[in-house]
Design a binder for this molecule. Structure first.
Ligand SMILES: Cc1cc2nc3c(=O)[nH]c(=O)nc-3n(C[C@H](O)[C@H](O)[C@H](O)COP(=O)(O)OP(=O)(O)OC[C@H]3O[C@@H](n4cnc5c(N)ncnc54)[C@H](O)[C@@H]3O)c2cc1C
Ligand code: FES
Length: 282
C-alpha cells in the first residue's frame, strides 16, 4: 500500500506576506517552524490557517518557490480555503503538512527537449522545475536552457499569473490566451503545433503538463496519439493528502506499471503521473 513520503511532517508555520498576483491570485509566502531542505519541484503542501477562518480540511498547493527557510505558493482564490489563505497577514498562524507527493521526473538534458504546458494556475510547479533542471537534477548535468520551453496558456491575460517571473528564468516562454488578449489566440496544444510548424520546436518533445482537468485530458490524448513521453501533475480534489481517505482516485492503465490496482492515489503516488501509468479519459 503506497505510504506518504517519509519526510512529510505537520508543521506550524507563519505567514510572511501575501502579494496579489493576476486577476484573482496571490503569492503566499510562509515560514515553517523548522527549515526545509531543498525540495523537488511539483511536490505539494496541505495548508490551512490555525484560526477558524479556514475549513477543517487543509487544501493542497504546489510549492511555487523556496528560498532559505521560506516557501511561496501561487494561489488562485476560489472558495473558502483559498479565500482564508489570501486574507492572511504577516504573522497569521498556519498549519503546513508536507512535503507531499513525488514531484517532476528528472529533467535531464540528454534526450528530446522538454516542453512544459502550463494552464493558468497550473504554472505553479514549473518555476522551480525549470530552476532545478538548469542546475542539474539527480546527478545529471544541467539541462541546457535551449532544451526547456514553457508554453503558458490561460483564458485571458490576467490569468497568466506571475508571467514576468517566468520570463526571468532564461528559457523560452511563449503564451496563449483563449480570448487573444496575450500571445497566440487559442490553447497550449495549438501553441505547441504553431511553434512546431514554424520550426521553433521539433516534433519529438517530452511533455510536462499542469492545468485544468480538461486541458490535461487533451494533453494526454495528444501525447498518446503522437507517441510522446508525457507527465501530468494532477490537481485532483483531496481530503487528507496522505493516502488515508481514498478521496483522490486516478484511473490507472491496466497494462501500465500501476495497473495491478484500478485506481492510484493522487496524493501519495502522484501528483505527477506518466501517461503510461494513468488515464484521464472517461
Ligand atoms: C497536488 C495539488 C496541487 C495544487 N496546487 C495548486 C496551486 O499551486 N495553486 C492553486 O491555486 N491551486 C492548487 N491546487 C488546487 C487547490 O487545492 C484548490 O483550488 C483548492 O483546494 C480550492 O479550495 P477552496 O476551499 O478555495 O475551494 P472549494 O470551496 O473547495 O471549492 C471552490 C470551487 O472550486 C472547485 N475546486 C476545488 N478544488 C478544485 C480543484 N482541485 N480542481 C478544480 N476545481 C476545484 C470546487 O468544485 C468548487 O466549485 C492544487 C491541487 C492539488 C491536488
Ligand atoms: S487525499 Fe486522502 S487518500 Fe489521497
Amino acid at each position: 500500500m503506497p505510504a506518504p513520503p517519509s519526510d512529510a511532517r505537520s508543521l506550524a508555520a507563519v505567514c510572511v506576506s501575501v502579494t496579489p498576483c493576476g486577476d484573482d491570485g496571490v503569492i503566499l509566502r510562509i515560514k515553517t517552524e523548522t527549515p526545509q531542505p531543498p525540495l523537488r519541484a511539483a511536490r505539494f503542501w496541505m495548508l490551512r490557517r490555525e484560526d477558524r477562518l479556514s475549513p477543517a480540511i487543509p487544501r493542497p498547493f504546489s510549492l511555487y518557490r523556496q528560498e532559505g527557510d521560506e516557501m511561496e505558493f501561487l494561489i488562485k482564490v476560489m472558495g473558502q480555503g483559498t479565500k482564508a489563505l489570501a486574507a492572511c497577514t504577516p504573522g497569521t498562524k498556519l498549519r503546513a503538512i508536507g512535503p507531499l507527493g513525488n514531484g517532476w521526473p528528472t529533467l535531464d538534458g540528454e534526450g528530446d527537449p522538454w516542453v512544459m504546458l502550463a494552464g493558468g494556475i497550473g504554472s505553479a510547479p514549473f518555476w522551480m522545475g525549470v530552476e532545478q533542471a538548469l542546475r542539474g537534477m539527480d546527478g545529471h548535468a544541467p539541462c541546457p536552457a535551449s532544451k526547456l520551453t514553457i508554453l503558458y496558456g490561460a483564458a485571458k491575460q490576467g490569468l497568466l499569473y506571475d508571467l514576468e517571473a517566468f520570463r526571468t528564468l532564461g528559457v523560452r516562454v511563449e503564451t496563449c490566451t483563449m480570448d487573444g488578449s496575450a500571445g497566440l489566440k487559442g490553447h497550449v496544444l495549438q501553441l505547441l503545433e504553431h511553434l512546431q510548424a514554424q520550426g521553433v520546436l521539433p516534433k519529438r518533445v517530452r511533455l510536462l503538463a499542469c492545468g485544468p482537468e480538461r486541458m490535461l485530458e487533451a494533453v494526454e490524448a495528444y501525447a498518446r496519439q503522437q507517441q510522446l513521453p508525457c507527465w501530468l501533475s494532477l490537481e485532483s480534489m483531496m481530503g487528507c493528502g496522505v493516502g488515508i481517505c481514498n478521496g483522490c482516485p486516478v484511473p490507472t492503465r491496466p497494462e501500465g506499471p500501476l495497473g495491478s490496482w484500478s485506481n492510484a492515489k493522487c496524493c501519495v503516488e502522484g501528483p505527477v503521473f506518466s501517461t503510461d501509468c494513468i488515464t484521464l479519459a472517461h
